[in-house]
Design a protein around this ligand. Structure first.
Ligand code: ADP
Ligand code: MG
Length: 253
């Protein structure tokens, strides 16, 4: 007889979003977003400019406060008033279009400062972790350089190493290659591809359809503050059901 107690637990949800609404004044930007990201899953969010993609990511680590709805990160409701926001945010790494490195700090300094101040790691431990992550992004030889001495692609890879050095459970990327010269995009996507293969849970807003097709487990198409369509890349990008998705893809592909 089946013993129900030994059946495997469902995979823990890394992120769960329920009926999320966000307005800026009269501008109702997110109009009821529901979706989940499973642990180890790579979800790419695509959609036209202004559809609310960045606002959605910013609500996932509460850089923006939604007016309605709930966000759970690893089962904990971070939209709950009693939530310890800093502790919740520590689990989430975020990489923006603009790299936002500290210009007055070296690459090593950029990758160690939050480890020391937020995680209270010793200088030695923080440096060990930073070196390991700079190696992951292929920048071991730039450890003493300053941001102004690096290309955009290198700066973005430092930003990724800096986020990884906080040991996040989840990485958010908001158009990480959109500010880069075309010849620098590939190196950043290669790093992200490797992260995905390593099992990192990733929520990625991107216009790189080839990347989404190859790396995403699931693609979410947003338009006008709602999820119009989601599913495996072969379905959403390769054979979209909704006219709005088809119109968008005709423009970007
Ligand atoms: P996307 O990332 O898909 O291009 P955004 O989430 O950046 O879209 O923006 C969606 C809408 O929200 C836009 O109309 C934008 O002007 C508005 N918006 C975003 N952030 C703010 C803000 N901080 N204050 C006011 N309006 C904002
Ligand atoms: Mg955006």
């Amino acid at each position: 007889m089946a013993n129900l107690n030994t059946s495997p637990a469902p995979p823990p949800q890394s992120v769960e979003i329920k009926d999320l609404h966000k307005s800026f004044g009269n501008n109702h930007v997110l109009r009821g977003i529901d979706f989940t990201v499973e642990q180890g899953e790579v979800v790419c969010v695509i959609g036209p400019s202004g559809s609310g993609k960045s606002t959605l990511l910013r609500c996932v680590n509460l850089l923006e406060q939604p007016q309605q709805g709930q966000v759970f990160v690893r089962g904990e409701e971070i939209t709950h008033p009693d939530c310890h926001l800093d502790a919740a945010r520590q689990q989430i790494g975020i990489v923006f279009q603009q790299f936002n490195l500290f210009p007055h700090l070296s690459v090593l300094g950029n990758c160690t400062v939050a480890q020391r101040t937020v995680l209270k790691r010793t200088a030695d431990e923080a440096e060990r972790v930073a070196r390991a992550n700079l190696e992951r992004v292929g920048l071991s030889d730039k450890i003493d350089a300053f941001p102004a001495q690096l290309s955009g692609g290198q700066q973005q890879r430092v930003a990724i190493a800096r986020a990884l050095s906080m040991d996040p459970a989840l990485m958010l990327f908001d158009e990480p290659t959109s500010a880069l010269d075309p010849e620098l995009v590939g190196d950043v996507l290669t790093v992200m591809r490797k992260l995905a293969l390593d099992g990192m849970t990733m929520l990625v807003v991107t216009h790189e359809m080839a990347f989404a097709r190859e790396v995403a487990d699931r693609v979410v198409f947003m338009d006008g503050g709602v999820i119009v369509e989601q599913g495996p890349p072969a379905a959403v990008i390769g054979d979209p059901k909704e006219e709005r998705t088809r119109t968008f893809l005709r423009r970007v592909l």
